[in-house]
Design a protein around this ligand. Structure first.
Ligand code: HEM
Length: 278
């Protein structure tokens, strides 16, 4: 059977527009699914990551950080039905890549070959994803664990140019930018040039809002301008969209490959020792 990934990409592009959902596109939540499926990686133990599609299992699906991603997974079900040969692990990461590109972002290298686990023994522990209420020390702790550096942390955070927070999912509320379905470097420009005031949102959670109360930033986002080393990259990306696109593409490609080890035929293999370390 020939595996036509071009046809899968086309089908994903075809479901992105959804007028009655959020800002009219499911693209942002698909990007978040690809990221959360991958961002559980721990380089010391070589556990977690996108291979296996472990978020299909209840323990990981119920991690508080993944609230709302059941919608993203459900949106992709018809594509899985149409192309049953693609693994969920490949489909989720490919959907993130296609969504970024379709929303005007950079092309992102993507490789197939991830395989789905058939039981929950490789599910990583909960709590490996970042907490929006925290700042720079926490971000470094989380992203260094995956093997990222400061520049990559800031580049990846630029994904908050897309989508919004939902009070019933994370407790935070609102979009970061005025046009949250168009990938650009606006997030960095707004971080630097808007005035952000800390306050409680409608469900009592602390976040930063602009003067019109229309846009928001998480405490984690604001830490990118409070921390001198992070701020250097925020300034670079605000001034140079092409540089941001190049760096985002490289960092996102690295993110979706974390922990994916392929054999000579390109199929991702499970290292038996991994299970023992979980
Ligand atoms: C730096 C640490 C990060 C923190 C603390 C964080 C936190 C959050 C939170 C709290 C939300 C709102 C979820 C909701 O209520 O629906 C969110 C949404 C989102 N995040 Fe992040 N995130 C981080 C990094 C990233 C990265 C690395 C990416 C991708 C490369 C990303 C992509 C997104 C996207 C696209 C959304 C919007 C989802 C939607 O519209 O449904 N985030 N993030």
């Amino acid at each position: 059977m020939t595996k036509d990934y071009g046809a899968v990409r086309e089908a994903i592009r075809g479901i992105l527009k959804k007028p009655d959902y959020d800002d009219g596109s499911i693209g942002p939540v698909l990007v978040r699914l690809a990221w959360h499926a991958s961002g559980t990686y721990d380089k010391k133990t070589n556990t977690g990551g996108s291979n296996g599609a472990t978020m299909r299992y209840e323990i990981e699906a119920k991690d508080g950080a993944n609230a709302g991603l059941e919608h993203a997974r459900a949106f992709l079900e018809p594509i899985k039905k149409q192309f049953p040969w693609i693994s969920y692990a490949d489909l989720w990461t490919l959907a993130g890549v296609v969504a970024v590109e379709a929303m005007g972002g950079p092309e992102i290298p993507w490789k197939s070959g991830r395989q789905d686990d058939t039981n929950d023994s490789y599910v990583p522990p909960n709590g490996r994803l970042p907490d929006g209420a925290q700042g720079q020390d926490h971000l470094r702790h989380i992203f260094y664990r995956m093997g990222f550096n400061d520049q990559e942390i800031v580049a990846l955070s630029g994904a908050h140019n897309l989508g919004r927070c939902h009070a019933d999912r994370s407790g935070f509320d609102g979009p970061w930018v005025p046009n949250p379905t168009r990938f650009s470097n606006t997030y960095f420009k707004l971080l630097l040039h808007h005035e952000w005031t800390k306050g409680k949102n409608k469900v009592g959670v602390e976040q930063y809002n602009d003067s019109d109360n229309e846009l928001m930033m998480l405490p984690a986002d604001i830490s990118l301008i409070k921390d001198d080393k992070f701020r250097v990259y925020v300034e670079k990306y605000a001034a140079d969209r092409d540089l941001f696109f190049r760096d985002f593409s490289a960092a996102f490609a690295k993110l979706i490959e974390l922990g994916v080890q392929r054999d000579a035929s390109g199929l991702a293999v499970r290292n038996k020792e991994i299970r023992a370390k979980l």
